[in-house]
Design a protein. Sequence first.
Length: 81
Amino acid sequence: MTHTLNAARHPFEASPLGTSLVWLTAPIAELVNTVLTASILTDMKEARRARRDYQHLSELPDYLLEDVGLSRADVAEARRR
């Protein structure tokens, strides 16, 4: 018995051989969801860290900012980025 695959078939339909790509959809969707979630969480963590760092810098007295080579204007400019 000889089977040939029909190229016009939808990729998620079963072929004459009984194979199917349907089993790929769930893992791919899960992977995309995981990657997007990880990316969003990473962005949120970076934003939180930046806000915390800005808060710490803005609380420092001018003489300490000067010691590390920064001014109030530098801190304000970094906050706008």
